[in-house]
Write a protein that binds this ligand. Structure first.
Ligand SMILES: C[S@@+](CC[C@H](N)C(=O)[O-])C[C@H]1O[C@@H](n2cnc3c(N)ncnc32)[C@H](O)[C@@H]1O
Length: 236
């Protein structure tokens, strides 16, 4: 079933050149229908880290290596993209991006790509990718895998891990964000996700002072991971 394109409103995220990234989100609907705060923090981090911001590391010597995320001509796959805001930001910053989610969200992601077409310097396309399913059509391994606020569902924790592991090559950088939640099973899901990824990936948190000063928040974390194994690409 396609997510309805009725009852949408346009949300504008200010860019450092004073234009705006525009995304349509639904007035009502499930989790994939709105922009989540963790997505905005990750998107604005990409803008800083790509050096397009007055807040970028290039203007703050001495800040950590996390601040450098070159995206020009890099390949990016976004998982659970929802509105697609983070992947579209990567496209604006010059990357060739595939934003993915369940099939029902593809029409709205297409709409959001179209809305930002004149700002996209790389390329952005929207595709269906259900976690845990075959990722062959997304190979070769991308330079970056990105996702925001996807550690949310008990039933899809393992499939998400499987997809990240299958898609990541030995040189792939995985950048992801989440909002620390304290209710229900969310703390336990987050703990289990960290425990699982640490088996095969080095996981480092981007320091808060490397995130955008206006958008960062103590309860939103940005992580950077790389596979521990060096021989993954030989296998697939
Ligand atoms: C909390 S929303 C976050 C959306 C977006 N990344 C953001 O931060 O604004 C989680 C997203 O994961 C997607 N999702 C959930 N289960 C999925 C699955 N099994 N395969 C692919 N995407 C899934 C949802 O459709 C939704 O867009």
């Amino acid at each position: 079933m396609a997510a309805s394109l009725d009852k949408l409103f346009c949300r504008e995220i200010e860019l450092e050149d004073e234009s705006a990234l525009k995304v349509y989100q639904c007035e009502t609907g499930d989790v994939g229908c709105v922009v989540w705060d963790a997505a905005i923090v990750l998107a604005k981090f990409l803008e800083i880290a790509a050096g397009r911001s007055a807040n970028s590391s290039q203007q703050r010597p001495g800040t950590s290596i996390f601040c450098s995320v070159p995206l020009q001509n890099k390949t990016v796959v976004e998982l659970g993209a929802g509105t697609g805001i983070v992947g579209i930001m990567a496209g604006i910053l010059g990357a060739d991006v595939c934003i993915t989610d369940l099939q029902e969200f593809v029409p709205r992601m297409d709409l959001n790509i179209k809305e930002n077409a004149d700002r996209i310097q790389g390329s952005v396309k929207a595709c269906t990718l259900k976690w845990g399913e075959d990722i062959t059509s997304f190979l070769p391994h991308p330079d970056y895998i990105i996702f925001s606020d996807c550690i949310y569902y008990e039933e899809s924790l393992e499939p998400l891990l499987d997809t990240v592991s299958a898609l990541a090559g030995s040189n792939t950088v995985v950048l992801w964000s989440y909002e620390e939640r304290t209710t229900g099973n969310k703390p336990e899901l987050q703990r289990r996700f960290f425990e699982a990824v640490r088996k095969n990936f080095t996981v480092e948190e981007v320091p808060q002072d490397s995130l955008h000063p206006v958008y960062r928040s103590e309860d939103i974390h940005v992580l950077r991971m790389k596979m521990k194994s060096q021989n993954k690409d030989l296998m697939g």
